[in-house]
Design a protein around this ligand. Sequence first.
Ligand SMILES: *[C@@H]1O[C@H](CO)[C@@H](O)[C@H](O)[C@H]1NC(C)=O
Ligand SMILES: *[C@@H]1O[C@H](CO)[C@@H](O)[C@H](O)[C@H]1NC(C)=O
Ligand SMILES: *[C@@H]1O[C@H](CO)[C@@H](O)[C@H](O)[C@H]1NC(C)=O
Ligand SMILES: *[C@@H]1O[C@H](CO)[C@@H](O)[C@H](O)[C@H]1NC(C)=O
Length: 364
Amino acid sequence: MMVAHPRPLLVILLQLLLSCLPALGYSSNRFFYQDILNGNGNGEIHFNGVKLHVDSSQPFVFALRGSNATLSCRYWYEPELSSPRRVRVKWSWLPIVGGHETDVLVAIGPRIHSFGDFRDRVHLRQDSPGDASLVMTELQLNDTGRYRCEVIDGLEDKSATVNLELRGVVFPYQPPHGRYNLTYHDAQQVCQEQDSTLATFEQLFQAWEEGLDWCNAGWLADGTVQYPITKSRSPCGGLGLAPGVRSYGRRHRHLHRYDAFCFSSSLRGKVYYLQLPQKVNLTEAQQVCFNNGAQIAKVGQLYAAWKFMGLDRCDAGWLADGSLRYPINNPRRNCGPMEPGVRSFGFAPPHHKHGVYCYSAGTR
Ligand SMILES: *[C@@H]1O[C@H](CO)[C@@H](O)[C@H](O)[C@H]1NC(C)=O
Ligand SMILES: *[C@@H]1O[C@H](CO)[C@@H](O)[C@H](O)[C@H]1NC(C)=O
Ligand SMILES: *[C@@H]1O[C@H](CO)[C@@H](O)[C@H](O)[C@H]1NC(C)=O
Ligand SMILES: *[C@@H]1O[C@H](CO)[C@@H](O)[C@H](O)[C@H]1NC(C)=O
């Protein structure tokens, strides 16, 4: 996709001026004019034919929530210059959702500014001359997307892109009020309520490769509706169709209703099954977790604990949304199917009595 980004007015004026020169009767001695127009005051002459290059040695980066990531970016000149020049480095982000580019960080010499959600979470690595790599700390689920490293030196403006993908776990989500009842916006919201975010296609595809098979279509972050099938069968696209991620394509975000595929990643803190003298209803479940210095766990937190902390417990327990689930890493008799997974009993009447899973952000 082409992304238009405005050039500074001064650059446009200079380009106009340069393009007018022959018409004004000058020979187009760009060497001379660029020297004047592009001089940066530190004695470097910008020779015609000196080229600025920008490149990333690692255009795909995979990371977990809460971790740090370095998006590599390097610039250099050809032929090499004898002394460094002052350049402007700008990192911007093209998210999967929303689709418009936003500023992450701008650096002019030693002055560095970061913006919005990225404030105080990003800095430039600057390990060596020409290193413009972006270091991101405390990665969030919604940091996924395409990052652009742009280096601007006078009239020259080159960029490279790096794709950041978070690794984690994808789970299908159906709300208490039934199947196929979420608009795109509802889907975003239910995922967020369960400490997760709408999955990207890449995340769903990876989950499918790891065995996710789900015969209900759900929204993805890019506004398409898809579902992953590992064992072809007639109600799920037919026997004739090879296993794969089946797509309904892009659907209307307000009119069409489906389930959601949510994405969660590693978790700070701990999810645990609370030992209780007797079973509790949903209101009591919230209260006993609270009394234990914790909160009733959200669905995304249970999945994260199952995937990243090996949580394995053959007891169904309440979760924050009123569903009953339990996590199994070592499949055994009487604990559901013979594959690892988070088992769900769906939503139970809130006055029923069960166990409960709590989440504590500290390390109890
Ligand atoms: C991430 O970077 C910050 C600051 O640079 C550092 O304090 C922290 O230990 C790093 N975290 C991890 C998980 O490496
Ligand atoms: C991304 O997630 C963080 C933490 O969950 C949240 O504070 C922030 O508002 C989200 N940003 C966007 C653009 O959705
Ligand atoms: C769908 O959700 C709406 C609320 O968004 C609810 O009022 C309605 O009863 C639900 N429909 C079904 C069939 O569950
Ligand atoms: C759960 O039990 C308590 C009494 O211990 C009661 O006050 C509350 O209304 C019950 N909640 C539900 C949802 O039935």
